[in-house]
Design a protein around this ligand. Structure first.
Ligand code: COA
Length: 194
């Protein structure tokens, strides 16, 4: 992937780009929302100081060679509305994990499906990954619906994998193989540009 593409990707309705320091207020709006953070692996952010640290971490993360950590923005306003990432790369075994979150005001518009469509095509195509993994809470129905829509299969339940929000949370581990993705592209089951 060339650096220009890593720094700026356009889908039908979205812009994927690195986090910006100017995303401060929008990052706080998303990551301070308890409902959005309900199944996230860390606590909601509560102060602008935390936001600054968080944005710097997100920028540093994206600048690593094997980490793709895009902010999702609306192209006309460049307004930050979420993130999608590919991380935990394992070169030998050609696998990585995905993560994603969207501001609650924009749920249910097909935005994450649109970002995911790009990410999976990129990961299995350009990066030639063999397997992509996802770790989600069994009660996180929107996340499970999103993953299963793209062909991810539930592979196991890991009990008490995360301690967050004052209690233990299980994880459903899901996986999608390159071969299955390629077969779906030949006979697409997913609405293009959903
Ligand atoms: C998971 C999340 C990213 C989904 O984003 P989104 O843009 O609303 O998802 P989409 O609109 O693209 O919907 C994807 C699919 O999930 C389904 N879906 C969405 N919300 C749903 C819900 N509450 N219950 C059941 N299915 C749901 C949609 O119907 C759609 O399938 P379809 O196209 O076949 O109808 C969003 O809910 C979110 O940010 N949640 C909080 C963060 C989070 O939990 N991240 C995952 C951590 S592992």
């Amino acid at each position: 992937m060339n650096e220009v593409q890593k720094d700026r990707v356009s889908t039908r309705r979205l812009l994927l780009r690195p986090f910006l320091k100017s995303d401060r207020a929008a990052v706080l709006d998303l990551f301070s929302d308890a409902r959005t953070m309900l199944y996230w692996s860390s606590e909601p952010i509560t102060s602008l100081e935390e936001v600054d640290d968080r944005i710097q971490q997100e920028i540093d993360w994206h600048s690593k060679e094997k980490c793709f950590n895009w902010a999702i923005a609306l192209p006309d306003s460049n307004q930050f509305i979420g993130k999608i990432c590919l991380f935990q790369f394992n070169e030998q075994n050609r696998r990585a994990e995905i993560g994603y979150v969207l501001n609650r005001k924009h749920w249910g518009k097909g935005y994450m499906s649109e970002a995911m469509e790009f990410l999976l095509a990129f990961a299995f195509g350009e990066l030639d990954l063999h397997r992509i993994e996802a770790d989600t809470d069994p009660e996180n129905l929107p996340s499970l619906a999103l993953l299963e829509k793209f062909g991810f299969q539930r592979e196991g339940l890991f009990r008490d994998r995360w301690f967050v929000h004052d209690k233990w949370h299980d994880s459903v581990m899901l996986g999608l193989l390159q071969e299955a993705w390629n077969q779906r592209q030949e006979k697409p089951a997913v609405r293009k540009g959903a």
